[in-house]
Design a binder for this molecule. Structure first.
Ligand SMILES: [Zn+2]
Length: 116
């Protein structure tokens, strides 16, 4: 069994689509893991979207994501590295947009691509 196989095995047996809860439960089993809050970029049929997500990291910075198999994940961004979805400027805290204007722009682009 490889080094991260014990984590993958646990994930397979404890599948959940609720990333916040799943990372809390998994950290209870593996206290050495670190819980990370951030954003993932997901591929859908028509577009890519970003959404809030929780995952874990081991001591070697491998991403251990108990809910990864529910999405087609392209990228992980930790909270402190979140850039505005629209213009790319760094955002404060866990905000995903630098301004309301950028948020509205992103949402209007998203609804167009989901409807087309
Ligand atoms: Zn912006």
């Amino acid at each position: 069994m490889g080094k991260i196989d014990k984590y993958l095995l646990w994930i397979m047996n404890n599948s959940s689509n609720e990333s916040r809860k799943a990372t809390i439960i998994m950290k209870g089993q593996f206290p050495e893991l670190k819980r990370i809050k951030g954003v993932i970029e997901i591929e859908t049929l028509t577009t890519t979207i970003k959404c809030t997500h929780w995952w874990l990291k081991d001591e070697e910075n491998n991403i251990i994501d108990p809910t990864a198999n529910h999405y087609k994940i392209l990228n992980y961004y930790e909270e402190k590295f979140i850039k505005c979805y629209t213009c790319g400027k760094f955002c404060l805290g866990d905000h995903h947009f630098c301004s309301e204007n950028c948020e509205n722009l992103y949402l209007s682009k998203l609804s167009i691509s989901l409807l087309s």
